[in-house]
Design a protein around this ligand. Structure first.
Ligand code: GCU
Length: 597
């Protein structure tokens, strides 16, 4: 009896792990039949979040002389979709609450097809209503979601309403305080997607973790039916037919003898065509190996030093969220000019335009979910939210060869609850993708006088493929000894990426290079010279990532002269001007790239 009791108790208190084998949206939406619902949407600002009580999503109009309604979506404010609301209307710069978005759209034919509303992202939570009836909801500001509307669409005029709320809450991911702007809104593309009755819902086609010419493919259909699926890579003269099982799932592995592997130096992509029944999905997929060997990171079997840089999903000149192809070109072109071969997309999954353009440019990516500092690691719902975000990030981008790293956390403090939370994330991640490297950024490395080295009392990093350290020597922390004498003893048998370092400087401000409060480019440049000196003495250093490429907006950067609500650690100013430190990193990366370092 006791055994059964113990078993039941174990079940009851087992850490909840999302069974994330089911993606919550179709993969590669841009390779399907869709139309944008982007453009000007009508909006109502609902500061007291009272619109739902009034059912304003029904968009009622007076039907008699006595009737009236104290709202109307027509004739009022409008916002561009996609886009955050903070940068579009001055009264919304700091707004945290609910904004109702609405628009009409016409549908001509709906026979024998299925229709889905697909949102690239809505920040932070939302309810979606179609033609006056609730159609779905979502929480999480940086991953896609879809709502099937087959049978709910009207031939002719349809009316969609999205109730968006960006309030920060303790149980959210991220939670109450984070060092970036709390943008709200429908911040990425909105599409109406059409599919056949049975369609290819999800697939994962990647090179084997270690072999240079073995491709593994998994395909899931939308229905639990057995159907033939054809996988074609025309340039490699590969065509394979496979039949899905009773769950609509099939997998196949095959050699591709003549394959040219994707790499930063040769970002080769292949057209891949998947067909099944009436469905046809096309994609461009790169095939590469990424793995760890000792303290080295290997791409296609060769050690690569990660010349990384971070950026937020923000266009500083527009003071708003990045969301378009043109934005992706701006951000990645500046990273490329710096000499980077990798970008850390901080601190959340960024839009697909950035991911796909990085792939074309040969820029490796580190993608992460916003488990940033103080998350409620004890809350089981918060844990499930983080697991869903990780699963959706992986489902969306696991065919994107530029993504080499999945990061599950940034600057979390050691505790049993945190370790359990992060271990469950690793479990979910590895159930979906074992081809990439798992990492996380830590900030509790401390200088130990008796050893004369920085060490970190945190046992979690041992579970990761690559350990990452954020440390602001010369800014938040004074140098304990001369930079040339600083030793590091953190996970010495693993590759270590210095995932954040740097300091603030107001572009154009000169001052004493030894005085931090000069907020000068001179001080920032000396800080960079000192860190570059230190990097010479870290045996397991496999990459660096200065924080950060551009000055970015943050509500708790209060200094009225030097910050004005901006974090000034950028190598480039909010107006797009390169600071002195930019040139130091550029020269350093060029020397590494040309093997002269
Ligand atoms: C932290 C954090 C960043 C933040 C940075 C800073 O390390 O990871 O998100 O912006 O420090 O303080 O500038």
């Amino acid at each position: 009896m006791k055994g059964i009791y113990i078993f039941l108790m174990m079940l009851l208190f087992a850490s909840p792990v999302l069974h994330a084998h089911e993606p919550s949206f179709m993969s590669n939406v841009y390779g399907r039949e869709y139309r944008f619902l982007n453009g000007k949407w009508n909006v109502i600002i609902d500061q007291y979040e009272h619109g739902k009580t009034r059912s304003i999503y029904k968009n009622r109009k007076p039907q008699s002389n006595e009737q009236f309604y104290e709202y109307s979506f027509e004739g009022g404010l409008r916002l561009n979709v996609p886009g955050d609301w903070n940068s579009q209307l001055p009264e919304l710069k700091y707004f945290e609450g609910t904004v109702w978005y609405a628009r009409h759209f016409q549908v001509d034919s709906i026979e024998n097809r299925r229709q889905f509303l697909y949102f690239g992202a809505v920040s932070y939570r939302c309810n979606v209503y179609l033609n006056g009836t609730k159609a779905g909801s979502h929480e999480g500001g940086f991953t896609p979601f879809q709502i099937e509307v087959t049978g709910k669409l009207l031939k002719g005029d349809n009316f969609i309403v999205v109730e968006v709320n960006n309030r920060r809450t303790e149980d959210a991911v991220p939670a109450l305080v984070f060092d970036w702007w709390n943008y709200g809104g429908i911040t990425r593309d909105v599409m109406l997607v059409e599919t056949p009755e049975v369609f290819i819902k999800d697939y994962f086609i990647q090179l084997d973790k270690h072999q240079p010419d073995m491709i593994h493919a998994e395909i899931s259909l939308s229905e639990k039916v057995s159907e033939q699926v054809c996988i074609e890579i025309p340039e490699l003269k590969i065509l394979h037919n496979v039949t899905t099982d009773g769950n609509g799932f099939a997998k196949i592995s095959f050699h591709a003898r003549k394959i040219v592997r994707w790499s930063p130096d040769d970002p080769k992509l292949y057209k891949v065509i998947l067909t099944s029944g009436k469905d046809r999905v096309t994609d461009e997929i790169g095939f590469r190996n990424i793995e760890v060997e000792g303290t080295k990171i290997l791409v296609n079997g060769k050690p690569v030093f990660m010349r990384c840089i971070s950026f937020h999903e923000e266009i500083p000149q527009r003071q708003g969220r990045a969301f378009s192809q043109a934005d992706a070109v701006m951000l990645l072109s500046e990273a490329e000019a710096l000499g980077a071969n990798m970008v850390r997309l901080a601190h959340y999954p960024q839009n697909e335009y950035i991911v796909r353009l990085a792939e074309k440019k040969g820029i490796l990516l580190w993608q992460e979910i916003p488990v940033w500092q103080d998350i409620d690691f004890e809350d089981k719902d918060t844990r499930l939210k983080a697991q869903r975000m990780l699963a959706d990030m992986i489902f969306r981008d696991r065919n994107r060869c530029a993504v080499g790293f999945w990061s599950i956390a940034n600057e979390t403090l050691p505790s049993e609850a945190r370790n359990s939370f992060l271990s469950s994330l690793l479990e979910v991640g590895k159930s979906l993708d074992t081809t990439r490297l798992y990492t996380a950024a830590f900030y509790m490395a401390r200088y130990e006088k008796n050893s004369g080295a920085f060490e970190m009392k945190d046992d979690f990093p041992e579970q990761l493929d690559v350990v990452a350290i954020n440390k602001y020597l010369g800014w938040y922390h004074p140098w304990p000894v001369d930079p040339s004498e600083v030793a590091w003893n953190v996970c010495p048998t693993k590759p270590l990426i210095f995932s954040e370092f740097g300091g603030e400087a107001l572009y154009g401000q000169s001052g004493d290079e030894n005085v931090a409060s000069s907020w000068s480019e001179d001080y920032q440049a000396k800080l960079y010279r000192d860190n570059l000196e230190m990097f010479k003495h870290i045996p397991n250093l496999a990459g660096i990532s200065p924080w950060i490429l551009f000055d970015f907006r943050s509500p708790y950067r209060y200094h009225p002269v030097n910050q004005e609500g901006w974090n000034r650690k950028g190598l480039v100013s909010d107006q797009g001007y390169r600071k002195k430190a930019w040139y130091l990193i550029h020269d350093y990366y060029m020397q590494i790239k040309n093997n002269v370092r």
